[in-house]
Design a protein around this ligand. Structure first.
Ligand code: TMP
Length: 210
């Protein structure tokens, strides 16, 4: 159903520089063709779920299973209400996180059953996957030194070992799907990282036109 549009997701551990790269891509790509979403979020209900997940006033003693289900619920809404309609219109959807975050964070980070999470992802996306996923790979030690000044959220507070497991999970996912997931070393300076990302995105745009 989505063969007209192009779906690109950006992934990486907390503090890997995703937001700056997304801002950069927005400055380079045709704004009329571009739909940005962030996960969790992107619809009214998904943003309310985001608050439940990440806002300290809303997530009393959240169980890890609850956490996984809430990410899936937020995803289900944004897929049906925003991503699929945009792809049908031939737009480019740029997603700040998607299915791989759940496998990396709830699977490798929290230790939940990965085949179950994969099935849950299929359930809430109808099997939709990005055409291209950019993994901004960074060692957690480096991400901590560049951490944004605002207070860390519930997931960021999980600490270094958690982020290391998440990074390892992302690398496993990239090894399993090398055609979809492109790893970019995010420890390089911003100009280099942003250029590499733009070249890869442009390549995906060109392939889509062929
Ligand atoms: P961010 O918008 O700053 O990337 O924050 C989202 C947080 O939620 C980040 O710590 C990663 C986490 N997350 C999961 O644990 N599982 C998921 O499925 C998604 C989409 C995000």
């Amino acid at each position: 159903m989505d063969d007209k549009g192009l779906f690109i997701s950006l992934e990486g551990i907390d503090g890997c520089g995703k937001s700056s790269i997304i801002a950069y891509l927005n400055s380079k790509l045709d704004p009329d063709q571009l739909v940005n979403i962030r996960e969790p979020g992107g619809t009214v209900l998904s943003e309310i779920i985001r608050d439940m997940l990440l806002n300290d006033e809303c997530n009393y003693n959240m169980e890890v299973e609850t956490e996984a289900l809430l990410y899936a619920a937020a995803r289900s809404q944004v897929v049906t209400q925003v991503i699929k309609p945009a792809l049908l219109q031939g737009k480019m959807v740029l997603a700040d996180r998607f299915i791989d975050s759940t496998i990396a964070y709830q699977g490798y980070g929290r230790g939940l059953d990965i085949p179950y999470l994969q099935a849950m992802n299929r359930f809430c996306t109808g099997g939709l996957k990005p055409h291209l996923t950019i993994l901004l790979d960074l060692e957690p030690e480096l991400s901590y030194s560049s951490r944004k000044s605002q207070a860390p959220d519930r997931i960021e507070r999980e600490g270094m070992d958690f982020q290391k497991r998440v990074r390892w999970g992302y690398l496993q996912l990239a090894a399993a799907e090398p055609n979809r997931i492109t790893i970019i070393n995010a420890a390089q300076d911003f100009d280099r990282v942003s250029q590499l990302v733009l070249v890869r995105v442009q390549q995906a745009i060109d392939e889509q036109k062929e």
